[in-house]
Design a binder for this molecule. Structure first.
Ligand code: G4P
Length: 523
């Protein structure tokens, strides 16, 4: 097998509490990995510093930082990218989803599609990311499986195809039936825990089903399974890969039911690395020249170092340690001597990596989210935008002698994509912009803990921002001259119009038809 078709790079999307963390742990366990990358063990002072910086995560019980976990199974390499699971939509999450080839959508059987599931799903749909659905927690009382499937179909406008079926749920739970392979995964007698017991049948009419299930359970399973296979779309690999159909698996991450089938499903059906959108033309993974893009920059994985790790998704070619790659559009070639591969056991030094793999590149701030790195100078990956912030705040420094540190901190965090920063053309109060409320808390906490800068945030007279441009520089100048008090520069010096409201954006955009007001910006 080559090193492209054996890669499965995916993420799990879900609403908080649906079971993403539990499922992640079980996937790693089944994949033979024991240790979560990104939770590198630290000792003594280092651990305390780390836990300081993780304070928000702990208080809110959420994972703010995303990490990469790689595991191998049956000759395939799985790269699981963790998406932050909190309620706020974050740019980080969006960008992580640009780096995967497929996703697993975890749904709580008692709750169905929840708001965050839906938002993340929409992000996947934008890029036609194929989705496998995992209905979790069937060991507990849940909703009727048919109602759940119909909800997925209706709310997400997807064809659904049940691949497994729960033999009862909650108190009546007797196992999971695999509709494709006609196997039944059963709990150990008297418990709801899966002990690896699998019964093989010839089909649903196999009389042995009556021996292993209660009479009532067998009757219900046959009835429901027949309705399920007849009532929904048949599995169609092409429709799944196009993002039009989702195969559905039932299970319990906690009790380890159905996790095996889920990995097998990813192995069997999920696409290997796909061509990535780029200019001048999409890049095919079989292209010999190494290309990749940075989708995330993370600071302080080791709090003793100011280094950051840029996470690059490799899109083509065979990466070898020490290789020189050039960030397109800026900078000189960088020799990548100590790349990190996120094998779940350890953060291993990578000697070679292949399309679909994620490489961590330590750097001092040269690499930014959205950067293309390649052996060729003529390619740029597209579709990694900055989003117009929905919340703008003025940063107020408590100690005026710390201006330089504050600027450094804001620039750093803007580079990481944690927040955006805008420097108004008039006045000295810098404005930061975020897409979700939680990012504000992250910002303040990190200013204090990492940069030792005490700062507060106050309301800004602006509600949103738009990047402005015009074909004729004279048109742009005419506009900015008249709106000087609302003009600012972003981290890269691009002009930004700070608007009082979305309504104002519409009003102004109508009046200045030669000026473009962009809600996203690609580097
Ligand atoms: P998240 O990352 O999506 O937020 O969810 P997480 O895995 O943390 O799971 C949320 C809660 O749901 C946890 O319970 C977890 O044990 C439980 N859970 C996950 N999968 C299953 C399942 O298949 N069946 C059942 N019955 N429960 C499941 P908790 O009480 O909040 O935390 P804990 O104290 O158990 O860790």
């Amino acid at each position: 097998m080559d090193h492209i078709s054996d890669r499965r790079t995916f993420a799990i999307i879900s609403h908080p509490d649906a079971g993403k963390t539990t499922l992640t742990e079980k996937l790693l366990l089944f994949g033979g990995a024991i240790h979560l990358a990104g939770e590198v063990k630290a000792r003594g002072a280092a651990r305390r510093a780390r836990s300081d910086w993780m304070k928000i995560e702990q208080q809110r019980g959420i994972s703010v930082t995303s990490s990469v976990m790689t595991f191998e199974r049956n000759g395939l390499t799985f790269n699981l990218l963790d998406t932050p699971g909190h309620e706020d939509f974050s740019e980080d999450t969006y960008r992580t989803l640009t780096a995967v080839d497929s996703a697993v959508m975890v749904i709580d059987a008692a709750k169905g599609i929840e708001p965050q599931t839906r938002k993340l799903f929409e992000v996947c749909r934008l890029r036609s990311v194929p989705i496998i659905t995992f209905v979790n927690k069937v060991d507990r009382e849940g909703r009727d499986p048919f109602a759940l499937l119909d909800e997925v179909a209706d709310m997400l406008a997807l064809d659904v195809c049940p691949m497994t079926w729960p033999a009862g749920m909650g108190g009546q739970f007797e196992g999971i039936y695999d509709l494709v392979d006609n196997r039944l995964l059963q709990p150990e007698a008297g418990t709801k825990d899966f002990q690896g017991k699998v019964e093989q049948f010839t089909g649903l009419d196999d009389a042995r089903i009556d021996e292993v299930l209660s009479a009532e359970g067998a009757e219900r399973l046959r009835e429901e399974a027949e309705l399920a296979t007849g009532g929904y779309a048949a599995f169609d690999g092409a429709a799944y890969r196009a993002g039009d159909l989702t195969p559905v698996y039932f299970g319990s991450a906690l009790k380890e039911f159905g996790v095996d089938s889920l990995i097998d499903a990813i192995a069997r059906h999920a696409p290997p690395p796909r061509p990535q959108p780029a200019e001048p033309a999409p890049v095919d993974p079989t292209d010999d020249r190494v290309t990749g893009f940075v989708f995330k920059v993370q600071a302080n994985m080791d709090p003793n170092h100011r280094d950051r790790i840029a996470f690059m998704r490799l899109c083509s070619g065979t990466f070898k340690r020490g290789m020189k790659l050039t960030p397109t559009g800026h900078g000189k070639p960088i020799a990548i001597h100590s790349p990190i591969l996120f094998f779940a056991r350890e953060r291993e030094l990578a000697d070679e990596a292949y399309p679909g793999d994620i490489i961590g590149i330590p750097n001092h701030g040269t690499l930014r989210v959205g950067d293309t790195l390649s052996e060729r100078a003529d390619v740029r990956f597209t579709g990694l935008p900055n989003f117009a912030p929905e919340i703008l705040r003025r940063v107020v420094l408590k100690d005026p002698t710390k201006t330089k540190q504050l600027r450094k901190a804001l620039d750093d965090m803007a580079e990481e994509g944690v927040t955006q920063v805008f420097y108004p053309d008039i006045g000295s109060n810098w404005v930061i912009g975020v897409v979700g409320q939680l990012q504000l808390e992250v910002l303040l906490s990190r200013l204090e803990v990492e940069y030792k800068v005490a700062a507060g945030l106050e309301m800004a007279p602006f509600e949103t921002a738009r990047w402005v441009s015009a074909a004729d520089p004279a048109d742009l100048k005419a506009f900015t001259d008249l709106h000087r008090s609302a003009m600012a520069k972003d981290r890269d010096g691009n002009p930004v119009f700070l608007a009082k409201s979305a309504w104002e954006v519409g009003y102004i955009a109508d009046r200045y038809s030669k000026v473009a007001f962009a809600a996203t910006r690609e580097r």
